[in-house]
Design a protein around this ligand. Structure first.
Ligand code: NAI
Length: 249
């Protein structure tokens, strides 16, 4: 299939960390990138980086009722949506028995409910186009047991399951759905998770065959591959970008 040029992409949580690296990578490859995020200062910096190759929109994805109008506005302005990267996510580190029902819901609301609602609205547009690529940022947490992140782990396992189910259902409509499961990547989120705990960092690196933390750009390279026709026969898969972390915790 001939690729529409330029592709129009949405990257959620694209004003920092992995999302920002994906937005930068996309814009360097002539993909017009719409960054959806919360923090106005970070969005301003992201807009400067994107220049004329992208746009930023301040939007809280937990506001599910406003997602249809967000997507309709993007469609009205750009005419199509070729790529959706569901990258925005939150984490919370607590002992299992300290996690309240509300804590659990908070994580699931951002990491799963918002991903579902946004994907549903974007798919309505992609199915009319007959093409599209959805990339869900999951986590190694969906594949290994990691202590003190029960809600996050549940949310990322849900993302992997949704990726499989969406890929099968949406394939006949020309829409591909894949996940990327990063290991420890050097961002705000991972530095909070390691929380200056050098012993834990040593353990993580000891179990990472490549022996160093990944960079956001490592995930961005995989996202670029999944966004374009380079991966046209790939759907329903999850690419681990984790320095070979096969051992678990
Ligand atoms: P980050 O904290 O730097 O970036 C997350 C972004 O999502 C932030 O810009 C934040 O403002 C945005 N966001 C969160 N909730 C939002 C909402 N309701 N509405 C709009 N934007 C929202 O974290 P990082 O590390 O870049 O994480 C990106 C994704 O990668 C997440 O889904 C995370 O779970 C996943 N991941 C990260 C790993 C790591 O080691 N850094 C490892 C495995 C997965």
């Amino acid at each position: 299939m001939k690729e529409q040029q330029p592709l129009i992409a949405i990257v959620t949580g694209g004003a920092s960390g992995i999302g920002l690296a994906i937005a930068e990578k996309f814009s360097q490859h002539e993909i017009f990138t719409i960054v959806v995020g919360r923090d106005s200062n970070k969005l301003k910096a992201a807009q400067e980086m994107l220049g004329k190759n992208g746009k930023t929109i301040q939007f809280d994805l937990t506001d599910l009722s406003k997602i249809p109008s967000l997507v309709n506005d993007i469609k009205k302005e750009f005419g199509r949506i070729d790529v959706l990267v569901n990258n925005a996510g939150i984490n919370m580190k607590k002992e299992f028995t300290e996690v309240s029902d509300e804590d659990f819901q908070t994580i699931l609301h951002t990491n799963v409910n918002a991903v579902f609602s946004l994907s549903r609205e974007v798919v309505k547009i992609m199915e009319v186009q007959g093409s599209g690529s959805i990339i869900n940022i999951s986590s190694m947490a969906s594949q290994y047991g990691i202590p003190k992140v029960i809600a996050y782990t549940a949310s990322k396992s849900a993302i992997e399951g949704m990726t499989n189910a969406m890929a099968v259902e949406l394939s006949p409509k020309g829409i591909r759905v894949n996940a990327i499961a990063p290991g420890f990547i050097a961002t705000d989120m991972s530095s909070k998770a390691l929380n200056g705990d050098e012993e834990r960092k040593r353990k993580v690196l000891g179990r990472t065959p490549m022996g160093y933390l990944g960079q956001p750009e490592d995930v961005a390279d995989a996202a670029l591959f999944l966004a374009t026709n380079s991966s046209k026969y790939i759907t329903g898969t999850s690419i681990r970008v984790d320095g070979g972390n096969a051992v678990g915790f």
